[in-house]
Design a binder for this molecule. Structure first.
Ligand code: NAP
Ligand code: ZN
Length: 347
């Protein structure tokens, strides 16, 4: 076992604090990664505070991991020592079910092993995330970070990037689309950049009037504040596609009315359950869908797309000692637009 420094929380109500975990020695197909940066996703907060239920403690969050390969197992074929790589939201899956065969491992029918707050495929060993100095991962669940993306700005692509890229591609968003991104946070700001790179006209729907200048600077064509309920009648039927990234409860029905006939709204934000009416769907022949991160193949495709289009996250780099403060600031909507932990502060 490899003793590894980390930050963990022992319970839903405790702050994160220094903790030591054991990483396994790399097996034949494993790589051992020296972690450089780890992004802070709102899902880290939901899970650290057990907002989704069933949390496993002690919990070491973090699923936007960038690092370099330190050691490789005897049969590793894709990676070399020193390669710059990423690990996203899952570290293993059954590899045999229909979803895994389709390269959509996140939907593994036997349950993917998520990077933290989950269990390895043995069903027993808890997984620990990237708020730590090293991680051992099977070589098939690692992606290559293309040259040209600053590493701290690449970290959030591993979750915020793929979570927004996947539905934009899946629903074929292109230059003929007028799309809306709901919520300008970590996911939302990536969606703006990716939507623009795909050629769409992009509107940000935000409950924060003070984000207007940022939205335009990030590339959005329009910015609408949703506090005034009149905007929902004013802009009814305007968008062919809506991506909803909001982390807190809000009225989906109001947003559905903004879709044009046959348009699609995709939920990626995971707030508390919210009531849904059939009316706005039925009356406009509209569709409501959900999407979970993306598979390994699509994550690599997204990284290469970002490198080609000069896309990276806007980040505020913090030492790990500031993590509890960062959670508080995220909950106050004071993130511009992703916190990223400099893991050197833990070494
Ligand atoms: P984030 O950076 O905190 O951004 C969330 C945004 O939601 C905020 O910037 C804010 O945008 C909006 N918002 C927050 N509180 C609100 C409220 N009370 N009413 C209306 N809008 C509010 O979070 P994130 O990291 O982007 O994650 C967003 C959500 O996606 C989380 O629930 C997370 O768990 C989930 N997620 C899902 C997946 C997936 O695979 N489906 C992957 C990663 C994360 P405005 O100020 O612009 O309104
Ligand atoms: Zn995430």
């Amino acid at each position: 076992m490899i003793k590894t420094s980390a930050y963990a929380t022992p319970s839903p109500t405790s702050p994160l604090a220094p903790f030591t975990i054991d990483r396994r020695e790399p097996g034949k197909h494993d790589v051992l990664i020296d972690i450089l940066y780890c992004g802070v996703c709102h899902s880290d907060i939901h899970q650290a505070r057990d907002e989704w239920g069933g949390a496993i403690y002690p919990m070491v969050p973090g699923h936007e991991i960038i690092g370099t390969i330190l050691r490789i197992g005897s049969e590793v074929s894709r990676w070399h020592i020193g390669d710059t790589v990423g690990v996203g939201c899952f570290v293993d899956s059954c590899r045999q079910c229909e979803s895994c065969e389709a390269g959509e491992e996140q939907y593994c029918l036997h349950g993917a092993s998520f990077t933290y707050n989950s269990r390895e495929q043995d069903g027993k060993t808890p997984t620990y995330g990237g708020y730590s100095t090293q991680i051992t991962v099977d070589e098939s669940y690692v992606v290559r970070i293309p040259a040209g993306i600053p590493l701290e700005r690449a970290a959030p692509l591993l979750c915020a990037g793929i979570t927004t890229y996947s539905p934009l591609r899946h629903f074929g968003v292109n230059r003929h689309d007028k799309i809306a991104i709901v919520g300008l946070g970590g996911l939302g700001h990536m969606a703006v950049k990716l939507g623009k790179a795909l050629g769409a006209e992009v509107t940000v729907l935000s409950h924060s009037p003070n984000k207007r200048d940022d939205a335009i600077r990030l590339g959005a064509d329009n910015f609408i504040v949703t506090r005034d309920l009149e905007v929902f009648t004013q802009h009814a039927g305007r968008f062919s596609f809506i991506l909803d990234t909001v982390s807190a409860q809000h009225d989906y029905n109001a947003y559905l009315s903004l879709l044009s006939r046959g348009g699609t709204m995709v939920l990626v934000g995971l707030p508390e359950p919210t009531p849904l009416s059939a009316w706005p769907l039925v009356m406009g022949g509209r569709r409501l869908a959900g999407s979970l991160i993306g598979g390994i193949r699509e994550t690599q495709e997204m990284l290469d797309f970002c490198a080609e289009h000069g896309i990276a996250a806007d980040v505020e780099v913090i030492p790990i000692q500031k993590i509890n403060d960062a959670y508080d600031r995220a909950l106050k909507n004071d993130v511009h637009y992703r916190f990223v932990i400099d893991v050197a502060s833990l070494k």
